[in-house]
Ligand binder design. Structure first.
Ligand code: FE2
Ligand code: FE2
Length: 324
C-alpha cells in the first residue's frame, strides 16, 4: 500500500533542564522502562492454533445468530470469522502506527523533560504494538489486511496535522486509547486462538500508562484555558468520540466470503436491529458498558464532562450517570 503523506507543522521545544520536575510523570517513565516486553521473546509464537481455525468468538461477527448465519456452512462461518478478525486487527494495526507517529510528534512539542521522556517511551511502546499485531497477522492470517476505514483515517489526519499537543493528547491518549483498552480487553476475553489472547494481554499492560499521560497532562491545560479554548476542546472531544464510536461496517469482509449485495444489506439490517434492542452477547454488552464508563470517568477527571459535552455524548448513545 502507498504511504499516506500528512503535513504537520511542529514547534520543537528543546529543553535544557533535565532534573525531575513532575514526579508523577517521571514515575510513569520509570514504569515504562521497567515493564518493556519483547514480542520476539515474550510471546509464544509456537502456541498451537485451535482445531477449527477460529480466531475470535463467532458472537463478534455481525450477523451471528441471524437466519443468514444459520444457513452458512461451517467452512463459511470459519472463513467469515477469520476475515472479520483480520479486519479488526487491520484497524488496530493502523491505529498503532498512528499512535507511534503522534507520540513522536509529542516528544518534540511537549514542554518539560519528564513529559518528553515519557513520550519517548510511548513511541517505543506503539512501535512494539505495531510490530506484534503485524506479526500476528502474518503468522496466523496469511498477512491478510483490510484498508484503513475512512473514520480512522480522518481521525489520524487531525491528530497528526494539528500543531497543538493537547489536541493530539485528547484524541489519542484520552479518547482513542480509552476505546482501545476496552476493545483489547474484550478481544483478550473472547479470543479462540490463545495466541491472540496473549498478544492482547501484553498490549494492555502498556495502555494504562498511556492513558495515565493524558490524566496527568490534561487537567492543568483544561483548567487554565480561556472560555473559547475550552469550547474548542469540548467540540474536538465530542468529534473524536463520535469518530471512535461510529461503527463502520466491514462490507468487504462479507463480499469476500461470497455474500451478495442483498445478503450484505440483510446482515446490516440485522446488526441495526440488534443494536436497537441492545441484544448483544454478554461480552459485547460488557465492552460497551466498560468503555462508556471509562470514557465518562476520564472526561470528568480532566474537566471536560461539561454541560455542553454531556448532551452531545448522550446523543451518541454514551450512557451517562445522573449529573452530580
Ligand atoms: Fe498501542
Ligand atoms: Fe497506546
Amino acid at each position: 500500500m502507498e504511504p499516506r503523506i500528512i503535513d504537520s507543522p511542529l514547534r520543537t521545544v528543546f529543553e535544557f533542564d533535565y532534573g525531575v520536575q513532575a514526579e508523577d510523570m517521571r514515575g510513569l517513565y520509570e514504569k515504562a522502562k521497567r515493564d518493556q516486553w519483547n514480542a520476539s521473546r515474550d510471546i509464544a509464537w509456537d502456541t498451537p492454533e485451535p482445531d477449527d481455525g477460529r480466531v475470535l468468538a463467532d458472537e463478534l461477527v455481525d450477523g451471528y445468530g441471524s437466519p443468514i448465519w444459520d444457513r452458512l456452512s461451517e467452512r463459511d462461518r470459519v472463513e467469515l470469522n477469520r476475515r472479520m478478525a483480520a479486519w479488526r486487527l487491520s484497524v488496530l494495526v493502523y491505529g498503532e502506527q498512528g499512535a507511534m507517529l503522534a507520540c513522536s510528534q509529542l516528544v518534540d512539542i511537549v514542554a518539560g523533560t519528564d513529559e518528553k521522556f515519557f513520550q519517548a517511551t510511548q513511541v517505543m511502546d506503539e512501535a512494539r504494538h505495531n510490530e506484534v499485531l503485524e506479526r500476528y497477522l502474518q503468522t496466523r492470517l496469511g498477512g491478510l489486511h483490510y484498508p484503513m476505514p475512512a473514520n480512522e483515517r480522518a481521525l489520524f489526519d487531525v491528530i497528526l496535522g494539528d500543531p497543538r499537543w493537547y489536541i493530539k493528547t485528547i484524541a489519542l491518549q484520552l479518547v482513542a486509547e480509552t476505546f482501545a483498552v476496552s476493545l483489547f480487553r474484550m478481544m483478550a476475553e473472547c479470543a479462540r486462538d490463545p495466541l491472540l489472547g496473549q498478544v492482547c494481554r501484553r498490549i494492555l499492560q502498556d495502555e494504562s500508562r498511556h492513558m495515565g499521560f493524558g490524566m496527568l497532562a490534561l487537567p492543568g491545560i483544561v483548567r487554565e484555558s480561556s472560555a473559547e479554548e475550552r469550547r474548542e476542546m469540548e467540540d474536538f472531544t465530542c468529534e473524536a468520540v463520535e469518530k471512535v464510536l461510529t461503527g463502520f461496517f466491514p462490507a468487504e469482509v462479507y463480499q469476500d466470503v461470497g455474500f451478495s449485495p442483498a445478503q450484505v444489506a440483510e446482515v446490516q439490517a440485522y446488526r441495526r436491529d440488534v443494536a436497537a434492542r441492545n441484544d448483544y452477547a454478554v461480552f459485547r454488552k460488557y465492552f460497551k458498558r466498560d468503555m462508556h464508563t471509562a470514557m465518562v470517568t476520564n472526561l470528568a477527571r480532566i474537566g471536560l464532562l461539561t454541560e455542553r459535552v454531556r448532551p452531545r455524548l448522550a446523543r451518541l448513545g454514551v450512557q451517562l450517570p445522573a449529573a452530580a
